[in-house]
Design a protein around this ligand. Sequence first.
Ligand SMILES: CC(=O)N[C@H]1[C@@H](OP(=O)(O)O)O[C@H](CO)[C@@H](O)[C@@H]1O
Ligand SMILES: [Mg+2]
Length: 561
Amino acid sequence: MAELEGGGEQRAALLAATSLFPLPEGARFSYGTAGFRAEGATMGPAVCRAGMVAALRSVRLGGAAVGLVITASHNPIRDNGVKIVDADGGMMSQDWEPFADALANAPNPEALLQIVLQFAKDEQIKLGGSHSAQVLLARDTRPTGEYLLDAAVKGVNAVIGVVAVDMGILTTPQLHWMVRSKNKGLRASEVDYCSQVIDSFRRLLELVPKDKGADAVNNRLIVDGANGIGGLKLEEIKPKISGLDIHVRNSGRGEGILNEKCGADFVQKEKVVPLGFVPEDVSFRCASFDGDADRLVYFRIVSSSDTRIDLVDGDKILSIFVLFIREQLDIINGKDNQGNEVLPTRFGVIQTAYANGASTDFLKNLGLEVVFTPTGVKYLHKKALEYDIGIYFEANGHGTVLFSDHFVSQLESLTSELSSKAAGSSQHQAAMRLLATSQLINQAVGDALSGMLLVEAVLQYKGWSLQNWCDLYTDLPSRQLKVKVQDRNAIVTTDAERRVCQPSGLQELIDGEISKYSHGRCFVRPSGTEDVVRVYAEASSEEAADSLAKQVAQHVERILG
Ligand SMILES: CC(=O)N[C@H]1[C@@H](OP(=O)(O)O)O[C@H](CO)[C@@H](O)[C@@H]1O
Ligand SMILES: [Mg+2]
């Protein structure tokens, strides 16, 4: 191939790396909602090839740093996975997913080579080492992590001229943050991440109004680290976090097994006390991270004789952030002066169909624009980027608040103007709070650690207990079911997955069931991470939600078998 300078060497490198991790018979990978995932010991080939994809992506982007994280998030400890972080710190661009799939499933080294050569040609990626490019690598605490890191490094190095940089054991959001910061020319080490989070949290606490009763907010916070990396990192930075008395359970230092009966996914789905909590924790404010610390939920243990909890999910985290940000914008703009705003702001709130209907009503009643996207952070994040301030959360606790660069620079000018004209005024303080918020909350991806600190700052700002927060609105009872069918992709949805368009007739059956219930809402969609169809139902009582979900699941089973 004429376009391949040093082509022979490059070809040999790709063939050699691929040969080290032969694809097991029958293995089939799909990039899915969250990258490739499977049993850790079988992931070598997919991870090595993901390393090649990440390396090519960096070359394609002119040498900008790209990231690769080895994690299977909230999955059991035996699983592992890999996802690629794009140069802006977000998920890899969706138009590269088919290439990633094709590479992961190439049956042998020669087939892989042909796919790479063709793709490089189509994308005008110049192979052969006449470039410099880099991939930042991180992994979580799983036992297969080290083996898979080696596979990833070999994959990255197989693209000549690309350097693999091992950033160590990190939370997923830390790696996303590093990639984003590095490409913006900012300081991008783990120490920098920690100081940014700690400093901006301290600034937010300093800006808590003295009359809001922050002293009344109990500063004791108990955190479930899922026996994973989030717990470890929190233990490390805890001594430097001012104003909070943090106690970590399931810290990852050997108390229990990663994600086993603990962590944000367990807490949100099972709604029971995670392992590792003790009687003294009853009634205190508790937070829970998932295994790679990109999901956050809150909860409270109701009584020591009961395993039930009061859950505060992603929808309620979103709601309290919305209230806080809106309040700052109102202070800056003057509530009664809508016609002539100092800082006109397009504020967007993004949810998925899984958001509890009560949360959506709550947000709409505030007069906010609520937009829906399909399930999966890549869709929510992309939508949120369209606003000056875009906020998104999945009910399961993954989300963040994005501030556009343009808005941040306006906010910076306003803050410095006010600091000379009206230092210490409520407007000045509100502008500084928003600036600190944009520094604290991860601009690349949902982040349990920084999200938790923002929640804590907002609770102190409002002088609110967990009960006040719970009382924002009452969740509608809901039920989720999984249905095993022959081909889940026979279901095609529309309207942000809220309606089925194929197979024909199914939506009418669902509508028929919904009409039998007060406050009934129900939708079905193929999962992007499991081989099932998910059914979600909501109604005015537990029994009604259960029965609506069950009826619809039966229709799905009957039609798709
Ligand atoms: C109902 C639900 O919780 N779905 C999860 C789950 O996706 P599914 O496509 O539903 O399997 O995993 C995704 C990745 O972690 C997460 O983004 C999403 O919210
Ligand atoms: Mg996760």
